[in-house]
Design a protein. Sequence first.
Lengths: 120, 498
Amino acid sequence: MKHQQASEPMDRRVEDGLQRGRPVEIVVDGLPVPAFEGESVAAALLAAGTRVLRTTARHGAPRGLYCGIGLCFECVMIVDRRPNVRTCQTPVRDGMQVETQQGEGRWPDAASRSCRRAGA
Amino acid sequence: MARRRVEVLPAGRRMRVPLLVVGGGPAGMAAAIEAARGGLACTLLDEGPRLGGQIYRQPPASFRVRDARALGRDHGRGAALRAELAAAGAGIDARPGTSVVGIWGRDVAWVAGDASGTITAEQLVLATGAYDRPVPFPGWTLPGVLTAGGAQGLVKTMRVAPGRRALVAGTGPLLLVVANQLHQAGVEVVAVVEAGRPSWSPRALGKVWGEPGLLKDAWDHWRALRRAGIPLRFNQTVFAAHGAREVEAVTHGPVDPETWSPIRERARRVDVDLLVVGFGFVPNTELTALAGCRHRYVHELGGWTPVRTARMETTVPGVFAAGDGAGVAGALVAVEEGRIAGITAAEQAGLLGSAEAERRRAPPAARLRSLARVREVLDEISRLRPGLTELATPETVACRCEEVSIAEVDGALAHGARDLQAIKLMTRLGMGPCQGRNCAPSMALHVAHAAGEGPEAMGRINPRPPIKPATVGALANLNLHRIGDAQGRAAQPAGSQG
């Protein structure tokens, strides 16, 4: 995975009109990505120049943000170990763990975790 | 700015409300405002983190607006409506961050994260809005291809530029707005290609003289593009997007002015990393379908739309539909439709006499008559020509979720499929998480074009609850076996016949 931190930091945020929220940091495929409270995960990634958010199940084709309003499910990633999360609708949180999703994604040790969650 | 604590609705319990409004955009907010003014308490649900819907979408609560003008005129219009909502008082219980996942009779199932519950509503206003019409062409699934609405949302509310160098393609006045917003955000816009004829020609604009606000919007954006030296080319469109992992270039060129068939011999390739595509909008009718409302196909309104009276009543008593979700006509129309729905709901609840309700409906009805002239212009714009379906090649992805190609759809047709439901069963088209929102409108046109019939003959892909993915835990808490008891019916989607 190519991330801009490796070379020169990229920032596609526009500095007018808005005062952003508190700066936070999310971790994307193990690398830190700067973000601001209130931003969607997809916006933070786009601002850092990362546009491939997942690869498809059948052909392994790259996909990224498309509709931006939560309808198309193209921007889903694994967020805090939960797959198929719409990153255009999900606000960042400091320390949030985000992974590029391959195919339909995977739940980590699915059995024990989801049973506990359902019982909660 | 004080951050309002968003409370979650009482989970797992059934609530009863006199009026439930689904959708917190212009139509839904206006319906809630008028209902509350009429004395009818209402609950307003919206999926987004803050009210506004798409066109009046607000920046996140943790952002502070320093210069409202930089965010565009719609920001001001949205702020005015939100102020009206706040002034309408405690009768409105607004719950953003809440998705409606199904409707059975008057029982409405909602999900907010891992929490869920049901609301039994005596009356319902469905104001679910619209989404960008998907048009398949080679490379349209590459990262870096964004819908016009999606690109606009990013620039307006997140202030993030989605690329460096862009082509804007499609049809309708929104292209000008988006191109302008991208330019102001520092994106180099190489051109705006409009498949149609100049809809903002002086002749067309003459029709909207009664609406100076809209006229000024269109002029302002056109002038700004000219000042920036961004070419606006008519009767042209995008043919393909190219790139290994992301958009690196696009091919565009002229189309036949009558049919919009691509004239491929005259295609040009240009290096861009962003392609913004906007071919008008499709109404979001999943909830009106699940509520059992009758629909009809109206080209000019974006496709399938619920049948309504002038008071926004659908064919199901007590269920109203307002705004772009009931037929695409823009935010200004949506507000007036929402007002009429809210007033009528208060009247039907017995809180407004018929004379008073009529008096209150008169101003929004007059506004709608004035805006109808704008609509004539919009109708002409949103009339898609059949040649657009020729952009896709056999290898082009038709269904983004299940990765079904045009060739596979054509194969199903060759094997006797005659409507979308049959194609779905044969190919898995529309079976992914988007539930056909992205493939059904374009495939109806594609198949109709191939069969020489109208898209209405292709039927629909029936929505199934949950219409948005929900965790098993959230669904378990809904107690689905008890839903629909009040109406003495089983938990079956009321609109399963479409």
